[in-house]
Design a protein around this ligand. Structure first.
Ligand code: ZN
Length: 228
């Protein structure tokens, strides 16, 4: 009698253990399946992220009328192309560890920062096929004597067998010469010498002389920053 009871207990316990093992294996298998599924999703997202250029904050319609009020000759297409070219030159400068910008391109402090940047870079980044997608006007600031136009540029390069989508911000300053640090008040009335309060000002407040200071200004790179 006792042996029969024991046998029943053994069978019951054995079945319980087997079932437990079965459950664990099943759960584990499902877990592996889930992990693989998640990994596939991440990989798919990653591939998409590699192929999708960074989105730019483009505000042309908001900003352009304000720029044109101060700078009637502002050429939106030309500046866009220039921002794209400046982005390529920035990447080329880092890649070749030699600044490709000259006195015509940027203010002195920017040129100095570029020199420092290319000299500080211990080894040239191994970017392959750097390419600019596009540039977009992202901001305009008129701070009385100083006017800035900002462009965002989406670009990509290949490195370590994947594509990296990146973004730069280029800020241009309207100035009549690159050595802006020398001059605090940039503009004076050509007739009476009174300071001109704003670049967009069309008439001297003191003598009424018609001003067109923006005509003599060029856009110099003020700074270039990598942004997220
Ligand atoms: Zn005047």
């Amino acid at each position: 009698m006792n042996t029969v009871v024991l046998a029943v207990i053994y069978v019951a316990v054995g079945a319980g253990i087997l079932y437990g093992v079965f459950r664990i294996v099943k759960l584990f298998g499902a877990g592996v399946g889930r992990i693989k599924e998640i990994a596939d999703k991440i990989e798919a997202g990653d591939v998409e992220a590699q192929q999708t250029p960074k989105s730019l904050s483009a505000v042309d319609s908001l900003v352009l009328p304000r720029i044109l009020k101060d700078f009637p000759e502002f050429d939106i297409q030309l500046m866009k192309r220039r921002a794209e070219q400046d982005a390529m030159r920035y990447l080329g400068s880092l890649q070749n560890r030699k600044s490709q910008f000259t006195e015509k391109d940027g203010i002195r402090s920017f040129l100095e920062r570029m020199e420092e940047l290319v000299n500080w870079t211990a080894t040239a980044p191994k970017w392959l096929r750097p390419r600019v997608h596009r540039a977009a006007l992202s901001n305009y600031e008129n701070r009385s004597n100083y006017c800035y136009v900002t462009y965002q540029v989406a670009y990509q390069y290949e490195m370590n067998e994947r594509t990296w989508q990146k973004k730069l911000e280029i800020r241009y300053l309207a100035a009549d010469e690159p050595d802006m640090e020398k001059k605090i008040s940039v503009y004076n009335c050509p007739n009476c010498g009174a300071p001109v309060g704003s670049i967009g000002q069309k008439k001297c407040e003191y003598c009424g002389t018609v001003l067109n200071p923006s005509a003599i200004l060029s856009w110099y790179i003020f700074e270039i920053n990598e942004i997220a």
